[in-house]
Each structure stands twice: as C-alpha cells, then as structure tokens.
Design a protein around this ligand. Structure first.
Ligand code: ZN
Length: 483
C-alpha cells in the first residue's frame, strides 16, 4: 500500500514535471517567437535607415575679424584650410527624421538657431526637436555678430561700422547656406546602416589649475577629463563608409593666430576624409568647457592633435561597430536657469570705472539694461536636447560651453548601452559650470561672464536644473520608443 502510494506520488510528480516541462517548452517557444519577432523588427529598423550628407564651405571670402580672443588686433590674413558646415540627415523605418548640422565656428548664436529652426520647419517640415546644431568652437573662425553686447558683438571686439556691416552680411549668407545645406542632406537620403563604436584620445587636459587665490587657465594633469571619442559610422548598403560622426571634449584652441582654421578638429576631419574617399567626417564638440589641447600655440601641435584624434577614430573603426537601430525619438526643451543675485547699481557704477575694459564694458551694459528695463535679467532660457536611437544609443546635446563634469555624470547616470554627451549645441551663450566649478570660481565658474551680456555667475541650482531636465527628457524618449 505504502509502495503503491509512493508509486502514485511518483507518477503524479512525473506528470507535474512533464506538464511543467510543457509549459516551459511552450513559454520558450513563445519566447523564441517573441525574440524572433523583436529581432526581425530590429533588423527591419536597421535595414530601413536612410542617411544623407551635405557639406558647404563657410570660410569668409574676404578678410574678416576673427572670434575667440579679445587680444587680436587686426582682421584675418588668409587661411590654413577651409571652414565647413556639414549636415547629416537620418530617417528611420517610420519616416521620422533627424538632422545633425556641425559648423566650424566659435559658437551658434541663439538668434541663428531660432531662425533656422523656424525655416527648416517651414521648408522641410522638420520639427525643432529634430534639428541638432553643434559648433566646433574653433578660435580661428570669423566673428558671428548677433547681439550688441555679446561676445560676438562690436563692443567686445571694437569693430568699425564697416566691419559690423561685413559681419552682418556674413551671418545673412551663413543662414541661407545652412538652410540650403540641410535641404540638400534631406534630398540626399539613401538607404544606409548605422553603427556605434568608440575609442580614446589623450591630448585634452583639464585647464583649471589651482593657484593661491582661486583658479587660472593652465594645464592641470590632476583635473577631470573625458577622453572618450564616440563614433557613429554610416555605411551605404554597398558597404561603403559614407559618414563618420565623431566627438571629443576639448577646446579647439591650439591656435590663436590670424589665419582661418578649424584647429585640431578641422585637421582630424581633413585626415579622415583623405583616408576614406567619399565619406564625410563630422566633428561634434563634447563637454570641453574646461579642457584645452596641450601642448598648444603653433600649427605643428594643432596638426598633431588632429592626427591623434583622427587615429582614435580610425582605431574605433577597426572593431565591428555595434548596430544602431531605430526608431528615432527626439526631445528639445528649455529649462529656466537662475543667475546668482545680480550686482547692485553701486557695484556696477564702481565697475564702470574699472581700468579693465571688459569689466568696464560689462558693467556699462548691465547699467544700461537696468536703466532701460528697470532690472537686470535673473534667468536664462537654456536648451536641452535628447535623441534616442532605438535602445542602442542616447545622445544628449547641451547648450553653452559645458564643463566636463556634465558628460562624466550623465554617462554614469543614464546607464544605457551607449551615451554620447555633446556640448556647444544649439546656443553657445557662455559657460555652463557644474556646482563644483561654480564654487571653485575662476573663468568657467563665472569670470567669463564679463565677455557676455549676462549678469554674472549662475545660481548653485544650475547643475541640478540641467541634469533633472536631461533625465526627464531621456525618460520620455525611452518610454515612447516602445509605443
Ligand atoms: Zn571656450
């Protein structure tokens, strides 16, 4: 009897096991089917990409005042090589588009971004979040004048009326060139494959060195850096490399002379395009607000840094790139950043008598604002953009001269297969310090504000506000990709 019960129990156990096996097998089959379907969808996403590239020379045709250094005393004298604006248009399987435009200029003035955003929507039905602009921050490009007191303005560089007019003509022509360029990239859309890879380059060094009282711009081998070189490769279905988008977090300030030049990023693009005929190389400036290329000061170093970066990209191209699938989901929003308490009228009146002409000019501009508007601005409308490529790559594009803490923090926090953080995007108004840099002070912490029309350092809330906005947008684009 006991034996019989055991036997029945065994038989029951066998049945349960068998049923469990069946359930597992069915689940596994269903699972395999689901995986297969997901794989097929992903393959479809990969197969259905379209990409288009276009490039245009934006070197001024005549001698012009150059941007980046206040110490220059005369206009440009020729060029080392041409400056370019390049556009990469991408279209996913659903027909969603994204255009990344990279310009070899010191910055992108907000009015230029606003104008272009409106025009590309009108002309090409491209929504604002689908337009990502990035400036290489070369200090050997023309002044792009946009506002009276800004770093691009005549007050800063002391330009004559004639030079101002010349700048305005350059900006007007640049706007039209960029609009046409974006249209051409869209027109050139053709089937393509996208892949992500990366490598490292070591010539960027932190440039905030501690001195007895505060910080000054000088090589600091112990300061934080981001030596990552992210690369997005675009191949045609024939296997030919068509575009290489690569980034690096470092100022384009090897040079400070009187010839137009894209600095190390210009050379890196030139070397890559020479090595890969038919491919267009795009440089995307990273969070290099507090990073300089060292050593610096002559063309030889500049070419060496360019070679070093191009070699890093070549190294990144050696292993098989990770496939980047769609869909594209993009978001662009403004976060209202707060400035610290504005300086008082008395303080400004004192500074307006300063022997430092930039301090004086800055105080005069703020006094004028106080006079005309009854107060000094207390906030800045800061642009944050996020682009999600399927579940493979997250791109964050931040405005201003972003210090390296942001890319290091975001890459650690966003926990995705790959995160690419760009600075100098959409609106280059001045520096975006982290709380650390803000507290330490120095040039990037607030000192550089005197070269803009902005009142002074940001409030300590600056980092949290920007990071919170990035997380909000990333959550949104990642959630919507599965819809
Ligand atoms: Zn800078």
């Amino acid at each position: 009897m006991k034996r019989q019960i055991i036997s029945i129990l065994k038989w029951k156990q066998l049945m349960v096991n068998w049923m469990l096996l069946c359930v597992v097998a069915v689940a596994s089959l269903t699972c395999q089917k689901a995986v297969g379907q997901a794989q097929a969808t992903q393959n479809l996403q990969q197969e259905k990409w379209k990409a288009g590239v276009a490039s245009v020379v934006i070197t001024p045709e005549q001698s012009m005042w150059m941007s980046g250094y206040a110490a220059r005393t005369k206009p440009s004298e020729g060029k080392v090589h041409d400056l370019h604006a390049k556009a990469l248009a991408l279209q996913d399987a659903q027909g969603t588009r994204l255009v990344i435009a990279a310009v070899e200029l010191l910055g992108i003035p907000r009015p230029l971004r606003d104008w272009l955003e409106k025009e590309v929507q009108r002309c090409y039905k491209l929504p604002p979040e689908a337009l990502l602009l990035n400036a290489s921050h070369t200090h050997c490009g023309p002044v792009v004048r946009e506002s009276k007191y800004s770093i691009y303005g005549n007050s800063f560089y002391g330009l004559s009326a004639e030079q101002m007019q010349q700048n305005q003509q350059y900006v007007d022509a640049l706007r039209q060139k960029l609009l046409k360029l974006i249209g051409q990239a869209i027109e050139n859309l053709a089937p393509a494959r996208l892949g992500y890879t990366h490598a490292r380059a070591g010539f960027a060094m932190n440039r905030r060195a501690k001195i007895e009282r505060g910080y000054r711009i000088s090589p600091n081998p112990d300061g934080p850096v981001d030596h990552d070189v992210p690369v997005l490769r675009i191949d045609g279905l024939d296997g030919k490399l068509r575009a290489i988008l690569f980034g690096y977090a470092c100022h384009n300030t090897t040079l400070s002379f009187y010839k137009f030049c894209g600095d190390y990023a210009g050379f890196a693009q030139q070397y890559l395009e020479e090595a890969h005929p038919g491919a267009t190389a795009f440089f995307i400036a990273g969070c290099g607000g507090d990073q300089n290329p060292y050593p610096r000061g002559n063309l030889e170093y500049c070419m060496q840094h360019g070679r070093s970066l191009a070699n890093a990209v070549e190294a990144a191209l050696l292993p098989r790139a990770r496939s980047v699938r769609g869909p594209i989901r993009a978001a662009l929003e403004t976060v209202t950043l707060e400035f610290a308490e504005p300086p008082s009228r008395q303080h400004l009146e004192k500074e307006a008598k300063s022997t430092n002409k930039y301090e004086r000019r800055h105080a005069e501009a703020l006094l004028e604002e106080l006079e005309q508007k009854g107060g000094i601005r207390t906030t800045y409308p800061y642009l944050v953009q996020v682009v999600q490529f399927g579940s493979d790559l997250t791109m964050v594009a931040l405005a201003g001269e972003v210090v390296v803490d942001y890319s290091l923090r975001l890459k650690a926090e966003l926990a995705a297969p790959h995160v690419w953080v760009a600075g100098y995007s959409n609106d280059v108004f001045g520096y975006l310090p982290s709380v650390r840099v803000l507290k330490e002070g120095g040039y990037e912490g607030g000192g550089a504000m005197r070269y803009t029309q902005l009142p002074g350092p940001f409030a300590p809330s600056v980092e949290k506000q920007v990071i919170d906005k990035v997380h909000k947008l990333v959550d949104r684009v990642r959630a919507s990709k599965s819809n």
